[in-house]
Design a binder for this molecule. Structure first.
Ligand code: 4NP
Length: 151
């Protein structure tokens, strides 16, 4: 079983979409996918309505997800930790206990643009269009993730 964690700040906009998209592309018998936020603002809450609606448009249901905060145990529980932006990366790396923990942390858009450390923009304060763009980027990145798994 490969275990993949998607991480953003609030765990209500970007990482729930990343979790839902990747889950829609993989066999859950072999790949476990979850998401978490570095912040604690929305613990226990549903994903943002705009993320729910954009996912729904592509036939992905993310309403079973509940927000949780990233914790140091996640380094033990996951094989790969995909962060959405450079700020998430700093926050997650600050909790790493050793090099093995650090090596698990990857920028998700580096799957599309290797070594460029491009951020998935935070759509929280913007309009619906931002959520559409985020969906598109994450969909491309998750397609590459699944392609690399089967090689
Ligand atoms: P996310 O977006 O990190 O993609 O879930 C955000 C959601 C909420 C907040 C910030 C970012 N917030 O400050 O409440």
């Amino acid at each position: 079983m490969t275990r993949i964690l998607m991480v953003c700040l609030g765990n209500i906009c970007r990482s729930p979409l990343a979790e839902g998209i990747l889950k829609s592309k993989v066999d859950s018998s072999f790949i476990f996918v979850d998401s978490a936020g570095t912040g604690n603002y929305h613990i226990g809450g549903l994903p943002d309505k705009r993320s729910i609606n954009v996912a729904k448009k592509y036939a992905i249901d993310i309403t079973d997800q509940r927000c949780r905060q990233f914790s140091v145990q996640d380094f033990d529980n996951f094989d790969v930790i995909y962060v959405m932006d450079n700020s998430n990366r700093r926050d997650v790396l600050a909790l790493a206990r050793n090099q093995q923990d650090k090596d698990k942390v990857k920028m998700i858009l580096n799957e599309l643009f290797p070594d460029e450390n491009v951020d998935v923009p935070d759509p929280y304060t913007g309009g619906l269009h931002g959520f559409e763009q985020v969906f598109e980027m994450l969909n491309k990145a998750c397609t590459i993730i699944t392609q690399n798994m089967t090689q």
